[in-house]
Design a protein around this ligand. Structure first.
Ligand code: 2P0
Length: 327
């Protein structure tokens, strides 16, 4: 195959990943559970270059800056080594959503890239193997290989063989909706990779965060299988606030929220405490991801709009895993 196009979607973790057990192999210190999103997507086209000895990396129609390009070239090196094929590639990737603003662009980016590269290098990887190799690009990318509700196991083996993702339920099994409330579109100041390393080294809460996560994963998995919305909500809110407590107590502090983020949390919690089916989660950025049942999203948006808390927002369903498109 000389050319391939792949599509992948970002995901949002309900039980969060923050911290690594092995930096070299990018092995997470905690497992995580996410939902893969529908309408937001990364589209990546990979072509073999003839007579070139360097990969060309294009990002949103512009040549990628050297730092970004080098990261991608190093990732392609893994596939060159695995396949023993010294070919160079043109990789053109684009997102239909803002990058680096807490919307998991590295998850969909590396998932699309892992799938495309495995096709170009004819590695014939199954979904579990793809999740393992996507993880080497970015931990959260392992989860975007699958659609619906997905668990990434942290594993215990030093090789990382037992660190892979698998699907818990499909999108159709339990079709929730997410409202992504955009509170600030500027790129985040501290990357997740750098931030989680600093948390691991300095937050006094880091160890209890790691210790408490196994139980969150157990309860969340059971709640998803049983489609128990309010337990999913309780664990998601807890996991999010625990992760942000670790972030905030990192030196120097990692405060990803702004005043609107906080005000939206307050409103969502108010509705949740009145038994409305809603909960929030927040990643390494200021956007608030609000989950509810299909059909209930209008009430939440109206409430937040009346309080001037959101201008831009997306309403998104739960989506599928990676796909290859025939060119
Ligand atoms: C998550 N995040 O579980 C958590 C919540 C951000 C906050 O996974 O270093 O970009 O590339 O493995 O995957 C973001 O971390 O980090 C992330 P690396 P990644 O969604």
């Amino acid at each position: 195959m000389d050319k391939v196009t792949t599509l992948a979607h970002p995901n949002i973790a309900l039980v969060k990943y923050w911290g690594k057990r092995d930096e070299q192999l990018n092995l997470p210190a905690v497992g995580s559970i996410s939902v893969t999103l529908d309408e937001l997507q990364t589209r990546t086209t990979i072509e073999k270059l003839i007579g070139k000895c360097q990969d060309e990396i294009i990002f949103n129609d512009v040549i990628a800056d050297e730092k970004e390009a080098e990261k991608i070239r190093k990732y392609i090196d893994l596939f060159r080594e695995k396949s023993n094929e010294k070919i160079y590639l043109k990789v053109a990737t684009s997102n239909n959503f803002p990058t680096s603003a807490g919307l998991a662009s590295s998850a969909s980016g590396f998932a699309a890239l892992a799938k495309g590269l495995s096709e170009i290098f004819e590695l014939k990887l199954n979904a579990q193997e793809l999740s393992r190799i996507a993880r080497l690009g970015s931990g959260s990318a392992a989860r975007s290989i699958f659609g619906g509700y997905v668990q990434l196991h942290k594993g215990i083996l030093p090789s990382g063989e037992d660190c892979f993702a698998e699907q818990i339920l499909t999108a159709d099994d339990f079709p929730l909706k997410t409202i992504i409330a955009i509170t600030d579109k500027t790129p985040k100041k501290v990357s997740s990779r750098k931030g989680m390393k600093e948390s691991q080294q300095t937050s006094p809460y880091y160890n209890s965060w790691v210790e408490s996560s196994d139980n969150d994963l157990l309860v969340m998995k059971k709640a998803i299988i049983e489609k128990d919305f309010f337990t999913i909500a309780e664990i998601s809110i807890q996991s999010c606030l625990k992760m942000h407590s670790v972030m905030m107590t990192t030196q120097p502090p990692l405060i990803y929220w702004n005043s609107k983020t906080f005000a939206i949390i307050e409103q969502v919690l108010k509705m949740y405490n009145e038994k409305f089916p809603v909960f929030f989660t927040i990643d390494a950025g200021p956007q608030v991801k609000i989950f509810t049942f299909e059909g209930e999203e209008k009430k939440i948006i109206e409430n937040l709009k009346n309080l001037n808390l959101i201008d831009e927002h997306f309403v998104i369903g739960i989506g599928k895993g990676i796909e290859t498109i025939e060119d």
